[in-house]
Design a protein around this ligand. Structure first.
Ligand code: DSN
Length: 427
């Protein structure tokens, strides 16, 4: 029986590639901290007829006819997003995180305005002012970072000095490789001192925030929150912008459409609505708590084994390991060796990294996906031990073969679930 029976008949080459990826996901351990598994209900919505429909504009204010169901689904997604994040306004149209951030900048700034964002190599994100990106060509981005790799905490005092000196229009707090809790309140206080807007890009920790495991920046007065919907939030690939301010909500709507996007992807908005309802279910809180517990269990093993972790461990869903210091292997070498045993993570720069981005000193790993499979601390410890074994013996192909089999066996014992919430309890 083929997974994609019709596709298999019509276009076997595509079906074969998709089947290969399905098998890779089923038989491998996914530790990339920004990846997760979407439920079958989310994927059904993604495959729905809404993919055929154009819907420029917003519910009740569209440019084309035939919007009965597009309006209904977008209104539902907005209501659920607002409930999930405790926000007064939500825009569910951003195609992903980068367009969400671009639209938020457009809503808050005029070209040439100064923005403070976290340095990419200190755990920020490309869209937070990397010189190769469009936002950096439009606005004046300046970077802040961590004070040192031991504590790996944001240097809040240096951020304050930078803000006092540069008087930014916006302070952006958001991270893709930051293993600590963020002191949102402290950042908000600094922004208030200089009259700057505050924006949090919480793509990585959105699910931890909605579950109450991490603090919600909107609750301490942040102006705008952006996120993707497919990381800890476990939905379809997509973006989302939230705010409590009516003036900003209007500016954000205009910036998303027609500012940076055309027709919204309505099938993705439907899938977001499904994912938001799954995340509103009480079981999502235990899921989020388990993500953090699993990451802490891995950190325990790494600490016991003398592995050098940026910040000495983790306070959230991800860990950043100095692979060169720990194993004498570059991040790329470590990633490739682990790929061979079916453990997927990614090479990553560490703060003050002397190496190049394509072969940095670090590896980044996290627990959202393995936790979705139902794995707990015991499995997390075992996986961390395999990682140490593989990276300590890079010449030992036989060991890798043996661990590859053990990884497969573990994956068979924890199949990727199709459903997170009993259908009768959803929404
Ligand atoms: N690519 C994502 C990550 O891996 O963190 C961020 O956009």
């Amino acid at each position: 029986m083929h997974t994609y029976p019709l596709l298999h008949k019509q276009d076997p080459r595509v079906a074969e590639i998709l089947e290969g990826e399905r098998k890779r996901q089923e038989e491998g351990l996914e530790l990339i901290p920004s990846e997760n598994y979407a439920s079958r209900a989310v994927r059904e919505a993604l495959a729905s007829e809404l993919t055929n429909k154009y819907a420029e504009g917003y519910p009740g204010r569209r440019y084309y006819g035939g919007q009965t169901y597009t309006d209904a689904i977008e209104e539902l997604a907005i209501e659920r997003a607002k409930a999930l994040f405790g926000a007064r306004y939500a825009n569910v149209q951003p195609l992903s995180g980068a367009p969400a951030n671009l639209a938020a900048y457009m809503a808050l700034l005029t070209p040439g305005d100064t923005v403070l964002g976290m340095d990419l190599s200190h755990g920020g994100h490309l869209t937070h002012g990397h010189p190769l990106t469009l936002p950096a060509k439009i606005y004046r981005f300046l970077s802040y970072g961590v004070a040192d790799t031991q504590t790996a905490a944001i240097d809040y005092d240096a951020l304050r000095s930078l803000a006092l000196r540069e008087r930014p229009k916006l302070i952006l707090a958001g991270f893709s490789a930051y293993p600590k809790r963020v002191q949102w309140k402290r950042i908000k206080e600094i922004a208030d001192e200089v009259g700057a807007y505050t924006m949090a890009d919480v793509a990585h920790i959105a699910g931890l925030i909605t579950a109450g495991v991490e603090e919600n920046p909107l609750a301490v007065g942040f102006d705008v929150l952006t996120t993707t919907t497919h990381k800890t939030l476990r939905g379809p690939r997509g973006g989302l912008i939230l705010t409590n301010r009516e003036d900003l909500a209007r500016a954000i709507d205009k910036a998303v459409f027609p500012g940076v996007q055309g027709g919204p992807h309505m099938q993705v908005i439907a899938a977001k609505a499904v994912a938001f309802s799954e995340a509103l279910h009480p079981s999502f809180r235990s899921y989020a708590q388990q993500i953090v517990a699993n990451a802490a269990a891995m950190a325990e093993v790494f600490a016991r084994e003398g592995v050098v972790m940026v910040g000495g461990g983790t306070e959230n869903h991800l860990l950043l390991i100095d692979s060169v210091a720990s194993f004498g292997l570059s991040g790329r070498e470590a990633q490739d060796l682990l790929d061979e045993v079916g453990i997927t993570l990614n090479k990553n720069a560490i703060p003050f990294d002397p190496r190049k981005p394509m072969d940095p000193s670090g590896i980044r790993l996290g627990t959202p996906a393995m936790t979705t499979r139902g794995m707990r601390e015991g499995e997390a410890r075992r996986i961390a031990e395999w990682i140490v074994q593989v990276l300590r013996s890079p010449q030992d192909a036989e060991l890798r073969e043996q661990i590859r089999e053990e990884v497969c066996a573990l994956c068979r014992a924890f199949p990727i679930p199709e459903q997170f919430v009993p259908p009768e309890e959803a929404a």
